[in-house]
Write a protein that binds this ligand. Structure first.
Ligand SMILES: O=C(O)c1ccc[n+]([C@@H]2O[C@H](COP(=O)([O-])O)[C@@H](O)[C@H]2O)c1
Ligand SMILES: Cc1cc2nc[nH]c2cc1C
Length: 344
């Protein structure tokens, strides 16, 4: 489905089901609110599904989108760009961090090369462009490429739904993408470059200072307008963030919960809500993370992370770990006794 049809097809989460779920939580055999965030997650899943109690978020799928970033020319990462393709291969081979954690949680993982600089034979591809341009010199990509990337993500959500998937999650690999994601978060929230730039994949302090300067220069060059989200993605985005923006919108249109993982997932969530504010109720922040842009973006989205394990790997690792907690929140709502049944 096109971006415009998808945005038109998104309806806000169901407030009637939400109210029923709040009542149901109060009726369960526990003091009010004694299951804390687990109760809030169950309530949100009910509002998303329009059903109380909500269905299990199964099967869940992490879509790992791979891309490369022209901004690596500015020395904003300590890793060679060729590593992006190698990492995408490890996801396909089932030996990446996300592969292991997803397997342990019973979560599906698919990998997609949407923008690696060079193809990797084992990695399925649907290429928007082979690496973005350096956004300190000009736009990272064209508006048409950004739109095509978002529509690729929408198609990934639709494919997953058709294959029975009932919970989606963002995942990515792409050397340099923490700089791209931070620039997007600054553009969408108005935060200063210094508030969003972080250590990424173990950048030393002088490199983080360079990231701040690179992001500030890009924002000054492009003056991205948050009211024009495609323009923002084209100016300072990456292919991963644009595809995952579409994944989020597609999930919302299909009324599926979507877990945002890492700083790229948060950037995609901001872009999706900028394109369609009604999508916001479908978003679940998988985890707090070491990247400062995550906190900045989640505050703007008014989301509280499910877990906080100090993760700084990306890939979808936080989303894999959050799925069992979503399942637990549903189990409480479907299986727990009510106070009335105990006390008569
Ligand atoms: O998303 C995050 O929070 C995150 C934090 C640190 C590292 N990463 C991963 O590390 C890579 C980007 O790091 P960098 O330093 O090259 O920008 C990319 O492949 C991401 O999957 C991701
Ligand atoms: C080793 C390594 C693994 C990763 N996984 C995602 N991004 C990564 C970056 C590095 C450097």
């Amino acid at each position: 489905m096109s971006l415009s049809d998808t945005v038109r097809g998104i309806v806000a989460v169901d407030e009637v089901a939400r109210a029923q779920a709040v009542e149901h939580q109060l009726a369960l055999a526990k003091p009010p609110h004694a299951l804390g965030r687990l109760e809030e997650l169950g309530v949100q899943l009910a509002a998303i599904a329009g059903q109380c109690p909500p269905p299990m978020p199964d099967p869940a799928r992490i879509v790992v989108v791979a891309g490369d970033h022209g901004v690596v020319d500015q020395e904003v990462t300590r890793w060679p760009p060729a590593l992006s393709g190698v990492l995408a291969g490890t996801v396909v081979d089932g030996v990446a961090g996300v592969s292991v954690l997803a397997r342990s949680a019973g979560v599906q993982v698919v990998a997609l090369d949407a923008g690696l600089a060079a193809p990797v034979p084992s990695v399925p591809e649907a290429v928007i462009r082979r690496g973005t341009a350096d956004f300190t010199q000009g736009p990272a990509m064209t508006r048409d490429e950004a739109t095509a990337a978002v529509e690729l993500g929408i198609a990934q959500a639709e494919l997953a739904y058709d294959e029975g998937v009932r919970c989606l999650a963002t995942g990515e690999v792409g050397i340099g993408n923490t700089t791209t994601a931070a620039a997007l978060i600054a553009a969408f929230t108005g935060a200063e470059a210094a508030a969003v730039a972080g250590r990424g994949a173990d950048s030393p302090p002088e490199m983080v200072a360079r990231k701040v300067d690179v992001i500030a220069r890009a924002l000054a060059l492009h003056a991205p307008d948050p009211a024009d989200p495609i323009g923002v993605l084209a100016a300072v985005g990456g292919v991963e963030q644009a595809v995952l923006t579409g994944l989020v919108l597609g999930a919302a249109r299909l009324r599926l919960p979507v877990l945002l993982d890492g700083v790229t997932g948060v950037a995609a969530g901001l872009a999706a809500v900028a394109l369609c504010p009604a999508a916001s109720g479908y978003l679940i922040a998988a985890h707090a993370g070491a990247e400062p842009g995550i906190g900045v973006g989640l505050s703007a989205l008014e989301l509280t992370p499910v877990i906080d394990l100090g993760l700084a790997l990306g890939e979808g690792t936080g989303a894999a770990l959050a799925v069992p907690i979503l399942r637990a929140s549903v189990a409480v709502m479907t299986e727990m006794a009510t106070l009335a049944s105990l006390l008569g």
